[in-house]
Design a protein around this ligand. Sequence first.
Ligand code: SGN
Ligand code: CA
Length: 508
Amino acid sequence: MRQIISLLLLLLLLCSCGRKEPVRPNILFIMTDDHGYQAVGAYGSGLNTTPNLDRIADQGIIFRNSFVCNSICAPSRAALLTGKHSHANGHIDNRARFDSSQVTFPKLLQQAGYQTALIGKWHLKSEPTGFDFWSILPGQGSYYNPDFIEKDRTYRQTGYATTIITDKAIGWLSQRDTARPFCLLVHHKAPHRNWMPDTADLDLFNGARFPVPDNFFDTYEGRTAAALQEMSVIKDMRLSSDLKITGADGDSLSQPEKDYIWYLNHRMTPEQRVAWLKEYDSISNAFNADPPTGDSLALFKLNRYLTDYLRTIESVDRNTGRLLDYLESSGLLKNTLVVYTSDQGFYLGEHGWFDKRFMYEESFRTPLLMRLPESLSAHGDINEMVQNIDFAPTFLELAGVKPPDDMQGVSLVPLLTGRKHGKWRDALYYHYYEYPAEHAVRKHYGVRTDRYKLIHFYDDIDAWELYDLQADPHEMHNLIDDPGYDRVEQHLRKRLAALRKEYNVPEE
Ligand code: SGN
Ligand code: CA
């Protein structure tokens, strides 16, 4: 009898050894800061080329309708980690401190046996949790010779932020435990304001004249909050620190950390400073010899802004190529989900603006490209509306972990399989809270369907806006008082109320 039992036990053991464990994919999540889809080749950019980002889309998928839930840095990052809207994760604006005792997807992946790491911008004030390794920039970080904070040390590293962050990512990948899957978050500083390019890219776009958006000289008729903002290229963009024109309006010396000249003199190495001044002295000299005024000044500023913005993206593209090459040469590409996205979109002169915050398309949208592991077969365009709260449940499902019931995002896995899926969400909820603050964008919330958008600006104003995105994709005509759209408005108000109820949004 004992012999029979031993034999049965042995058989059981052999069977379980032979059973194939589902292979859990690695996750490489690359997120930039303020990269508008208008400056990604795969989205049809008329401004620049991004061959390495496009590689992700060409070999994988491109989300045509990807959005954030609150278009500002730290809240976006909190939504990414928790899978929840801002009111639910508590991180409503950049001033908040992230409650790191919350459940986040890196913590759950870590518990499920993943190796987790975070490298680059963090911006959540509290110490990262849920990562085996983290190396973060303090606050906004520095483009040149950035400081890094790690668990046991803080140090400064000579070089350019985008390249250093990529070096660190490749370094971490090379020393990881190859027996376990990984989840690596690579969070770049670029292309955030004040758009400081790598010295290697200073000769790019020289003399280029970029196309001017049709609504660059927008007068904001019928749009109260849009008229009240302080993010205008013409009015609010600084000639000195933003556009690197010295000897024109000069930065305030009362804020030495922010002072551009101070930065050049104290942060850069002599070699970096020489390369920098070679480029920007000649631009400054030409400007000061014959300063443009009026519309010419406005267009000069737009052109100067885009030149540096796009130069910083060149480095992001090149370094993303390095990461893809590393995955390929180390045989990791076939079982790794590669994600490229930004913490939100950005205005590249549309409505006359830079910055983000508004629920209008350019900043509500964010680029989203994915290269899929072999187990998922979707390819090409994905048109469903997705939002940054969807990352957490997606990554968890791919890792075989059930997302907690209170996560508000939905897993994108059904869209990634390439098979037919059930009904998808028909509307998105958005809410921006940071006011009064820099750029003076009023608090607002709203709903977007595939065709329409309803926004309520509140606090020190009370203004509703309604757009028909099919007829007016650039959101120039507020239809809230147009009787022809009464039924649409009623439907959207109901949909908005239902979403606010579904997500448990407290009354303002
Ligand atoms: C800085 C920038 C702002 C920007 C915020 C938030 N000003 O304060 O233009 O909106 O960051 O950006 S600067 O003079 O310091 O460049 S976020 O991406 O972190 O939300
Ligand atoms: Ca940002």
